[in-house]
Design a protein. Structure first.
Length: 455
């Protein structure tokens, strides 16, 4: 009997080692979560004291100890409200003691990571006096596996999952909350894969996709069946952007006609953007994807300079005024700096969402996060070339996180866009720019980033 138990223990240890090496997520669910929970509870008091996250005993406790001739009471740690294991780590919710600050826990996340033996720890304040520590048990960005998104009736109609955060949560691109975004990344940094995931997330939605790809369309034209308008050179891009500005003006006229502003009308019925309009009158929202924005800003002659100024002016107008008209922008590029000329910094100021993959210079990282968080700039510069797809995502609130999009091949993206080709709406203002595509035929070879594409 004793030998049998030894054999079983050896098999369990070997299986745990193999799972931890080949399938860290399975190891965590089978063994890691339980072991980490026991380790955390056993070390909790000593770790809190070592990290300076305790408070001295109150005066009444000291007075009571003196009166009762008892030892001086020890410092108190934050009270554990809940410890919940997840598919990627642990979630520890703490009730702060009087005198403690949530910033103390944010500053101590690295020490908590070492002390509890976790891969990563992040802190956020849920409400006054309650802090949540999200701990990851393994490197969730090494092999990205997107969990099934939770379906909520209050979810935004333009909220799509595009990547996985380093704390195991899903990173969403919500155009209702963050209308415009900037995505930077050097060659082979994973920017194109991130863009494909974005298109794949938008393809099943009721939204018009407009693309500007000045690399002769090699990135976006394979997905043409789901796009309502496409441009592959700066001249066509100028005409397309000015058509979008005219479309925006028409939408504002519709909103103005349907505002129903009167002292007899309840405030909730007054329209201020397309989402306040009745469903039968609401225009289709438009998402504009610009690939390689630097190609739109470069010029080599006086005529090209005039074209460039008109393009940047149209982009700035769409970024400033497009949200209420249901026009949302996603600006992508390898390089984005003030040397691209006047209007670039004004355009950046309107791009609330920022995502930076590996960049080749600190200036690009500063352009993305310099006005948001210096820590995000450092994190973007430190992305290794050996980890394509790793990016830093932030917004104007100063918050940021490391993310990684799951690998989506061009063939998979093309198949998904073809499957939802019937959802591409016909916009009269953009009819001249609708891509002409032939009948679909099964591909015999897989598409790669550099492979030629036939319609």
């Amino acid at each position: 009997m004793g030998e049998f138990i030894v054999i079983v223990l050896v098999v369990v240890v070997v299986a745990a080692g193999l799972l931890r090496w080949r399938r860290p997520a399975w190891y965590w669910l089978c063994f890691g979560a339980m072991l980490a929970s026991v380790r955390l509870l056993a070390r909790y008091a000593s770790v809190m004291e070592a990290c300076g996250l305790t408070v001295p005993p109150s005066r009444w406790r000291l007075a009571f100890a003196r009166m009762a001739n008892r030892p001086v009471p020890e410092s108190r740690s934050p009270r554990i409200l809940r410890l919940r294991p997840t598919r990627t780590g642990l979630v520890l919710r703490l009730k702060l003691r009087p005198g403690q600050d949530a910033f103390d826990f944010s500053a101590a996340t690295d020490r908590l990571r070492h002390s509890f033996g976790m891969y990563g720890v992040s802190s956020r304040e849920l409400r006054s006096g309650v802090v949540e520590l999200r701990m990851t048990g393994y490197n969730v960005l090494q092999r990205v596996q997107m969990p099934a998104p939770k379906i909520s009736g209050s979810a935004s109609p333009l909220r799509v999952p595009v990547a996985l955060r380093e704390d195991g949560a899903i990173h969403y691109r919500d155009y209702r909350a963050v209308p415009h975004g900037l995505t930077l990344g050097a060659t082979e940094s994973g920017k194109s894969v991130y863009q494909r995931n974005l298109v794949c997330g938008l393809a099943p939605l009721d939204v018009a996709l407009v693309g500007i790809d000045c690399k002769q369309g090699v990135e976006l034209f394979p997905l043409a069946r789901r796009f309502s308008a496409l441009a592959d050179n700066p001249d066509t891009a100028l005409d397309l952007l000015e058509a979008l500005v005219a479309h925006m003006a028409d939408v504002y006229q519709l909103i103005r006609a349907e505002q129903r502003v009167s002292v007899a009308v309840p405030d909730a019925e007054i329209a201020a953007d397309i989402w306040d309009l009745p469903a039968d009158l609401r225009p289709t929202p438009v998402v504009v994807l610009v690939d390689e924005v630097a190609e739109l800003a470069l010029f080599a002659s006086k005529d090209e300079e005039k074209r460039r100024d008109r393009i940047i002016t149209a982009l700035v107008r769409l970024a400033q005024l497009g949200r209420a008209a249901g026009i949302y922008m996603e600006i992508c590029g390898q390089r984005f700096g003030s040397e691209l000329g006047k209007g670039i910094t004004m355009l950046r100021a309107q791009l609330t969402g920022r995502t930076a993959h590996r960049v080749n210079d600190e200036t690009s990282a500063n352009m993305a996060f310099g006005d948001i968080s210096p820590d995000a700039v450092i994190a973007a510069i430190q992305i290794s070339p050996d980890t394509p797809g790793i990016a830093v995502a932030g917004d104007s609130t100063g918050g940021w996180a490391r993310i990684r999009a799951p690998h989506t091949s061009l063939r998979d993206a093309v198949n998904l866009c073809n499957a939802h080709a019937d959802r591409a709406p016909d916009l009269p203002a953009l009819a001249a720019f609708r891509p002409a595509v032939a009948a679909s035929s099964p591909a015999t070879v897989p598409l790669t980033k550099a492979a030629p594409v036939t319609a």
